[in-house]
Design a protein around this ligand. Structure first.
Ligand code: B4P
Length: 192
């Protein structure tokens, strides 16, 4: 299986690149942000809970996010592999993902990190906020909160994968297709 963690700060292009990678490598896309947003739209219990955190730019609690992610993986037992987009976002999520994948006889192949500086992130998210309808994209303070949470809680997850020799950083600034090409190059190296 090819299991990729697509990593990066809010607005780095994870969703954008995931949609291209799943087509090329025939993978299942699991975006925790998208799953939460679908639950918010459907007004499920999970959606109501997730909204109370997401609207403030905070992370949804680990227990909720981990069990949701696990049940999503189990929905496609014959998948060739997964792109984990926006997960793991904390050290606890990374450890839980490793344990869970081991329990189903697979593992993370590599973490691809999109590197984008903060000014560019703020610009992209505010631009998307103009027509995305996403409450977390319209307010500069909420955007800053998400970036701060990323720096404090999510960025260190990089060390977890670096220690396993699975971390690859890619420049996330430039044309979408050029970035996609760089990501594919790293994947080709990883799969041999
Ligand atoms: P996400 O949905 O993951 O949102 P995000 O971090 O903003 O990334 P997204 O994928 O949407 O943006 P992208 O970079 O593709 O998370 C939202 C919230 O959900 C979190 O704040 C948290 O509350 C909660 N959550 C999700 N996962 C969680 C977890 N594991 N644990 C706890 N809580 C969790 O794109 C951004 C914009 O940039 C787009 O408009 C795009 O068009 C543009 N763009 C992309 N590439 C570009 C390029 N090369 N040049 C210019 N613009 C580009």
């Amino acid at each position: 299986m090819l299991n990729i963690v697509l990593f990066g700060p809010p607005g780095a292009g994870k969703g954008t690149q995931s949609s291209k990678l799943i087509v090329k490598y025939n993978l299942v896309h699991l975006s925790t942000g998208d799953i939460f947003r679908a639950n918010i739209k459907g007004e499920t219990e999970l959606g109501v809970l997730a909204k109370s955190y997401m609207d403030k730019g905070q992370l949804v609690p680990d227990e909720v996010t981990i069990s949701m992610l696990q049940s999503e993986v189990l929905k496609t037992p014959n998948a060739k592999g997964f792109i984990f987009d926006g997960f793991p976002r904390t050290h606890a999520q990374a450890e839980a993902l490793d344990k869970f994948l081991y329990s189903i006889s697979t593992e993370i192949s590599l973490m691809l990190a999109l590197e984008v500086e903060e000014d560019e992130l703020r610009k992209r998210l505010l631009l998307r906020g103009k027509d995305s309808g996403r409450a977390d994209d319209v307010n500069p303070e909420i955007i800053q909160k998400r970036i701060d949470v990323y720096n404090a809680e999510t960025f260190p997850v990089k060390d977890f994968y670096q220690a396993q020799n699975k971390y690859k950083g890619v420049n996330g600034v430039g044309e979408v297709d050029a970035i996609f090409h760089s990501l594919c190059e790293e994947i080709e190296v990883a799969i041999g």
